[in-house]
Design a protein around this ligand. Structure first.
Ligand code: ADP
Ligand code: MG
Length: 370
């Protein structure tokens, strides 16, 4: 029997690992490039240990692949571009370039008519005061590049915080974002096939603590049809503009409620996303499966949710497996990463037959596990 197709993945964290697991179920082989010898995906697939800037390592990744993708948006764009000289890279290196820089993301939103928080670019400490008077107080100073899990951000309550904020982000080029008093956070995960077909998972509701995602509930409860349309058309417009193939996540804030509810877009992720992990148990085709399908030019799988689901991140350390299994419908995913404060080391998905049952199970989970 001939070998199945092969997908190379830049980045070998838990996202690469879950991509590799999904690929296996489709008869697709994978390998990952990651500079960390303990990379999570290295436990389940071939791991090329090397730097993203090493031509030798990039060539070793590309060797024998049909397509290359990425699971980490801080891979240098040059790495993706270099591979794109000889192989298809999906999503395009251009998507990576946009998503690496908050200013580029916000410019793209503006060009596509997608509402986002009021923000001003700042590249010097003495410019923050006038920026603050434009966006209003409080405001969030966010480094344009390399932020994740709320890192590289500082809340400015008034002019007295400016020096601390600038120091906290190490004087990096930044945007100053109006602080949005949102009703809740929602995200949409879309996938675009090579023939331009798009599918969307239902909007997910996300609760962050300290800038880190804690709990996702999907489908998000009480989403007016207009909001779903707003989210999907934003994601579709972004994917079309970027000639995108693969999974894309867009994070939103919901402002106002019921009839007055509207969305403002915060950021995009050009990859599979933490707010879509629930799709492994909660949808017929997971975001990981659909990403692999898309980048290989296969037909997309069904994104209609099968069950109300919740996903709880394990941050710092894993919960005890016996406690997790005491909660009906709960499944533990262990990324096999060393415990460390603030680090995502696994997640638990809880599914149920009804939203009410899901709520009860989630409450029970919080009581039993914490
Ligand atoms: N303008 C804002 N107003 C209010 N809260 C915000 C704003 N920007 C970010 N946050 C909060 O911080 C979290 C992380 O910020 P985000 O911009 O998504 O960066 P990242 O996820 O890359 O760390 C958001 O999910 C949200 O909870
Ligand atoms: Mg975010």
């Amino acid at each position: 029997m001939p070998d199945g197709p092969m997908v190379g993945i830049l980045g070998g964290g838990q996202l690469g690992r879950m991509l590799a697991d999904a690929a296996k179920t489709l008869g697709v082989r994978t390998k990952v490039l990651d500079p960390d010898e303990h990379a999570s995906a290295g436990r389940v697939t071939t791991h090329i240990l090397g730097a993203y800037t090493s031509p030798k390592a990039l060539a070793a990744l590309a060797e024998g692949c049909d397509v290359v993708t990425y699971e980490f948006e801080n891979v240098p764009v040059e790495a993706a571009e270099r591979i794109a000289e000889t192989l298809p890279v999906h999503p395009t290196p251009e998507a990576l370039r946009v998503a690496q820089d908050r200013l580029n993301e916000r410019k793209l939103f503006g060009e596509l008519g997608i509402a986002s928080p009021t923000s001003v670019a700042v590249d010097a400490e003495h410019r923050i005061e006038s920026a603050l008077s434009r966006v209003g107080e409080p405001a969030l100073l966010k480094a344009r590049r390399l932020g994740y899990d709320g890192k590289g951000q500082f809340l400015i309550s008034g002019a007295h915080d400016i020096a601390d904020a600038w120091r906290a982000i190490a004087g990096a080029p930044a945007i100053l974002d109006a602080f949005v008093g949102f009703e809740r956070e929602l995200s949409v995960i879309g996938v675009r096939a090579s023939n331009g077909n798009c599918r969307f998972y239902p909007l997910a509701q996300n609760v962050h603590r300290g800038g880190i995602l804690r709990v996702t509930t999907a489908p998000a409860p009480n989403v007016p049809e207009a909001l779903r349309e707003q989210a999907e058309s934003a994601a579709r417009a972004i994917m079309e503009r970027l000639d995108y193939v693969g999974v894309l996540a867009v994070e939103f804030f919901q402002i106002g409620s019921d009839g007055d509810a509207r969305l403002v877009a915060n950021e995009i992720a050009p990859r599979v996303h933490n707010t879509g992990h629930w799709t492994i148990e909660g949808a017929p085709a997971s975001q990981f499966e659909n990403h692999i399908r898309a980048v290989l030019g296969m037909d997309l799988g069904d994104t209609t949710p099968a069950k109300p689901s919740a996903m709880v991140n394990a941050i710092g350390e894993l919960p005890e497996a016996s406690r997790v299994s005491a909660v009906p419908g709960a499944v533990l995913h262990d990324y096999e990463k060393a415990p460390r404060p603030g680090r995502k080391v696994g997640h638990v998905t809880i599914t149920a037959d009804t939203p009410k049952e899901l709520h009860e199970r989630l409450e029970r989970y919080t009581r039993v596990v914490g």
